[in-house]
Design a protein around this ligand. Structure first.
Ligand SMILES: O=c1ccn([C@@H]2O[C@H](COP(=O)(O)OP(=O)(O)O[C@H]3O[C@H](CO)[C@H](O)[C@H](O)[C@H]3O)[C@@H](O)[C@H]2O)c(=O)[nH]1
Length: 143
């Protein structure tokens, strides 16, 4: 809806140059360690949640659904590292500064490849060398 409004503005007033960015799941941390996924309290998102199960702060991971039409039944998302997402933002900013007449454009900030929840769990297990033993399957209203 908001993209449509912005598109109409750019179409009707040529002084406007608008780039809309559509984000996939932004994950990871800056190499400095200053910003990252070490959330306060119980995390809402998959990667920090798995991290806390692996380091023993949380007892188990609840997997939201296992009967999606995917290779293993768990939900698929496109994930992008936070530093790459920032690069995408800067590229969009540079484009809008350097190109005078772009009008309206839309870009996906993602990797263009999806991974299931179980694939992410496996990758985290491989990276940490530890297993996420307890996985509970549960459904939430929106996925
Ligand atoms: O404990 C959890 C947490 C997440 N998931 C699943 O893991 C996947 C990724 O979940 P995240 O919460 O990490 O990411 P979401 O795609 O649900 O949400 C993210 O993407 C959204 C847009 O798609 C919004 O930007 C939102 O703020 C951002 O966190 C989803 O399939 C979710 O159902 C679980 O199974 N268990």
């Amino acid at each position: 809806m908001i993209e449509k409004v912005l598109e109409d503005i750019a179409e009707n007033d040529k002084d406007w140059n608008i780039i809309c960015l559509r984000y996939s799941c932004i994950i990871g941390a800056h190499p400095s360690g200053i910003i990252g996924e070490d959330t306060k309290g119980i995390p809402n998102n998959l990667i920090p949640y798995i991290s806390q199960v692996i380091n023993g702060k949380l007892p188990y991971l609840t997997i939201f659904g296992d009967d999606f039409n995917t290779s293993d039944g768990t939900c698929v998302r496109d994930y992008i590292h936070v530093v790459d997402a920032v690069r995408g933002n800067l590229a969009a900013l540079n484009r809008i500064i350097e190109e005078k007449n772009i009008g309206f454009e839309v870009y996906n900030i993602g990797m263009g490849k999806g991974y299931s929840v179980l694939e992410v769990v496996k990758a985290m297990e491989n990276a940490s060398g530890q297993q996420v033993f307890n996985k509970l399957f549960f459904y939430r209203l929106s996925f």
